[in-house]
Design a protein around this ligand. Sequence first.
Ligand code: A2P
Length: 334
Amino acid sequence: MNRNPHVAVVGATGAVGVEMIKTLEKRNFPVGKLTLLASARSVGKTLTFRGQEIAITELTKDSFAGVDIALFSAGGGISKEYAPIAVQAGCVVVDNSSAFRMDDSVPLVIPEINGEDVKKHKGIIANPNCTTAITLMALYPLHKEFGVKRIFASTYQAVSGTGAQAIEELKRQVEEIVSDKPVTKQVYPHQIAFNVLPHVDSFLPEGYTKEEMKMENEGRKIMHHATFRASVTCVRVPVYRAHSVAVSAEFDKPVTAEAAREVLKKAPGLDVVDDPEKKEYPLPLYVAEKYNCQVGRIRNDCALDNGLCFWVVGDQLLKGAALNAVQIAEELLK
Ligand code: A2P
């Protein structure tokens, strides 16, 4: 791999794409050249990288000549169509969509957990689902110590996880409501302002949504834990940025809140914020734009044997997407 790689961001104008560009800059990723790709709609726009205006160009089959690393975040359809073309052109793809995550030939990586898996790539490396990534940042260190059997979890997912249009929808609906205008809907099937929607991604025949099953499926692959089980309810909440997850986890070995706290304090990419007496616990408002996830409300689970409850919050545009993708690119340069 070129030491100063030519990097392309596919979906550069999107909620995640913009964060990818910022993260490359903030982490001093040794970008030799940056190509910004989006749809024909964005041609004529520019974005700033290291103080320079870079023009957006239209994504086409010819976009990847000379590109070393392509960070994709333009949806699963675009990834399915263009990632193989990019690989053919000699590029390594870090894909943020769900298109290749469960493909056996594609590593699914959280660098703090299974960074070694990057080495097995055959051109494409997948970035995990945002909620799964944030949950595993706290769950995996506990798993290593106590052996997780299964979890029950509910998520509180921010609208920016749906994309830039959903941020606009929440803002617009709040303005409509406070000025007594009729509420308009374009992105979600129901009003998201002053509401919560127990519906993230599409429904499966069993009644769970696809998003809910990612925790078990992707969790097994990332943790190399084939029998891990997860029952999850995913909920969209009127928060701009950062997902929260309430987790009850059952372990093989006995676990106490104190022992868990000691393990979590040493975990990479994670801060323990857990002093309920002082009203200190992780809050999405304050975790937004932070690289590290935060965990708190750590307590023994009163309904499970060897069980533990915790509340983990992470910026899903960063650890759940852009940051994790750039960390994978950093692994590629090691
Ligand atoms: P564009 O802004 O030109 O539509 P988000 O997840 O925030 O909705 O962003 C989606 C990203 O994917 C945007 O950068 C968007 O570009 C890009 N995108 C959507 N459709 C296409 C397409 N057909 N070709 C290239 N990029 C696309």
